[in-house]
Design a binder for this molecule. Structure first.
Ligand SMILES: [Zn+2]
Length: 320
């Protein structure tokens, strides 16, 4: 993929382009930034440029075509298995990197979630960083670089990747055929991660958020049967109850912002609901509700029964 097609990471890509043009690509990089902001795409493009032998991957040569199909024999991917990168995988990679490249000038290895190496794996990997077999290019990706050994950090050229702006995420979603309104809403909830935005649009969680908020804000202590039935339904599973709490936290945060005149809301698809709630509550009332939601989050964390937690929460939200 040409660097031009990667959005929102002009700084990191500028640094890499200059290194490629000057033929001074580092032997190890650490790309740091949240999941889904373009670290992997950029790593692929850097390897592609190197294999293509041009500062801008041409997209047409055999090397670029193999890269586009994710089938280049000289590119190795190292990923956590069940959340951990173990020493066995590091040894396998070391073995692979020590072989002669099949047709690229050198081999390359992308380490996804590099911070998931356990202690033994990290120590073994350190040797690879110190003396890369066959002068291989190593690219580490991490959303939590502080979890990496300082000795690993100091041997990599570190490049910071920013969360994507809402405009970029919305535009990328639209380009994939997501309707404009839904793209804007998903972008506003994605926290700068295209990966998260895609999850939101795929899982129909926008519709679900709306459903949760509408059900909860219409509850009244006078209709206790409906209130308990809603708590029963939404609090059936702990994970679902956690989602309800997360949705309500964002919702009441938006209500507070709206009450004070802010117009950029996280819940942009719930604008009318937010405004209506903001108009019907005092600032103190909104803060009390935010407190109640935070308290419910803590209860769920402490393993209090999810149905009971939501029932208590819904009661405090419904009291006028
Ligand atoms: Zn090429």
């Amino acid at each position: 993929m040409p660097f031009d097609e990667i959005r929102g990471q002009d700084h990191a890509i500028g640094v890499l382009r200059r290194s490629l043009a000057a033929n001074r690509v580092a032997h190890a990089y650490l790309f740091e930034g949240i999941d889904g902001c373009g670290k992997m795409l950029t790593a692929f493009s850097l390897v592609e440029a190197l294999f293509c032998g041009s500062p801008e991957p041409c997209g047409a040569c055999p090397a670029c075509r193999k890269m586009a199909n994710r089938q280049h024999p000289d590119l190795h991917l190292l990923e956590p298995e069940k959340g951990v990168i173990k020493i066995d995988r590091i040894r396998e990679i070391q073995q692979e990197l020590s072989l002669r490249p099949a047709d690229a000038p050198k081999k390359a290895c992308i380490v996804c979630q590099a911070d998931r190496m356990n202690q033994a794996a990290a120590n073994a990997f350190l040797k690879t960083l110190e003396e890369p077999p066959g002068n291989a290019l190593l690219i580490l990706l991490s959303d939590t670089p502080t979890a990496l050994l300082p000795t690993i950090l100091s041997r990599c050229q570190r490049l910071r990747f920013n969360p994507l702006s809402q405009e970029v995420v919305a535009a990328l979603l639209s380009a994939r055929g997501v309707p404009a309104e839904e793209a804007r809403s998903a972008a506003s909830l994605a926290g700068g991660s295209m990966g998260k935005a895609l999850d939101i649009t795929r899982q129909g969680s926008l519709a679900r958020r709306k459903e949760i908020v509408e059900q909860v804000i219409n509850l009244s202590p006078r209709n206790f049967a409906l209130l308990t039935a809603t708590a029963e339904r939404l609090g059936h599973e702990r994970e679902e109850a956690k989602e309800v709490v997360e949705v309500l936290t964002l919702f009441f945060r938006d209500v507070l912002l709206s009450r004070h005149g802010a117009c950029t809301l996280v819940n942009s698809d719930l604008q009318a609901c937010v405004e209506w709630t903001a108009a019907s509550l005092s600032t103190r009332g909104i803060l009390e509700r935010l407190d109640a939601v935070t308290g419910a989050g803590r209860s769920l964390f402490r393993n209090v029964n999810p149905r009971l937690t939501l029932e208590t929460l819904f009661l405090s939200l419904a009291v006028k």
